[in-house]
Write a protein that binds this ligand. Sequence first.
Ligand code: GDP
Ligand code: IMO
Ligand code: MG
Length: 440
Amino acid sequence: MAKNDDLNRLVIVGAQWGDEGKGKVIDFLAAQADVVARFQGGDNAGHTVVYGANVFKLHHIPSGILNPCTLCLLGNGMVINPQILVRELEDLEKRLIKTDNLRISGKAHLIMAYHQAMDEANEKMLGEKKIGTTGRGIGPAYADKALRRGIRAVDMLNFSHFCEWLAGILPLQNKILQEIYGQPGFKYEELCEFYRPLCDRLRPLIIDTDLLLAEEIENKKRILFEGAQGALLDIDHGTYPFVTSSSTVAAYASAGTGVGIGWINNVIGVLKAYTTRVGEGPFLTEQKGETGAQLRERGNEYGTTTGRPRRCGWFDSVIGRYAARVNGLTGLAVTKLDVLSGMDVVRMAVAYRCRGEIIRHFPLDPSDMKECKPVYEDFPGWDEDLSNIRTFKDLPPAAQHYLQAIEEAVGVRMEIISVGPDRSQTIICPESQAAVWMRK
Ligand code: GDP
Ligand code: IMO
Ligand code: MG
């Protein structure tokens, strides 16, 4: 197979703590994609796609689904809750969105009812030390995968086999729920019957997606890899333990879909023009006062999955540089620039001051962040409404200057600028990979 068609495979990842606007960027780029493949996470993700009066909130299903010609894949690196996935499919079908182009990797693991119960019970048990998870059972499902006692999508192909697996696993799951968490547990027969219609509904969608992807690559098809969450929520590179339970970085696009690493060269990191986070954990540029409230209201910063208000703060280029490094970013998409209109001053953290020392890299031990304060650079704000601007040169000079400062501080080229939630509210930088992608 020839590898001279590098731009045919593009990874899109979150470069902060999630909710950067990946859904919007993927939907936009999906107009020119043959395939969109999710590679990690589960229904903890909430990806919003807006066009005209239509607003879609997707949890498992790739943000390419609104493009009727795009094949959408749930990769082997994902964890899938069959009940939520079926509900998502039904919601889309009710809104007359074609869903017959969705396929599920047989190697993906299932989030079972007991995983969700454990996630919630564990958070309750942790009390003040909780992670602030989405309560979707993500951690317990990935833990069972690693412990080699997970149930996979392929097991749904044969219902008696599915029930046999469940019969083997459930006594231990119930023991954990009852004896550690004081929960009632699940009855085998009831659980089997609960999953019967879900297996029936999803069975036709379960295939060998990595074989299919190899064929698509052979045929020079264009593939977008859709990341969920963000670099700072990565299980290895994030602010552990306040992270999700999967690898969110671009390299996992390979392992999480079964496409060899050599096939993937281009990675766009999505960054908000400021920073948000949901759940617990360090966040140095967080603004708890009026500025934070202003960003939350203007940016409508409420969780797509849980509705929780997002913590808001200034852009942090230390995080941006770190995300660029651990992902190998080749381009940036900066979203929600419009939200900053009307601010007198826009601030950006350029370094941290930790115990009297200035550092420009992200600290190894996130608990050290208690000892750190951001060092800010201030930029003049702008008042203009950006939502109807479609070229970089039409942006107010102060906004252009701020974007150039982001580009410089992160050390990666700007590709896409988003000035509103709608598909159309997008600026593509000339000569960028994104411009080439959209021209093809
Ligand atoms: P994701 O998880 O990274 O896909 O992001 P979410 O969908 O959870 O959150 C991003 C939110 O910002 C959604 O409500 C989007 O519709 C919205 N959004 C995306 N880009 C822009 C933008 O450029 N401007 C504004 N105002 N909203 C945006
Ligand atoms: P998208 O794809 C923002 C956060 C949770 C919590 C931590 C662990 O929409 O960007 P989990 O349920 O995964 O075990 O929770 O991760 N989190 C997200 N925050 N966006 C997301 O997804 C998130 N998915 C998980 O709030 O802090
Ligand atoms: Mg989200």
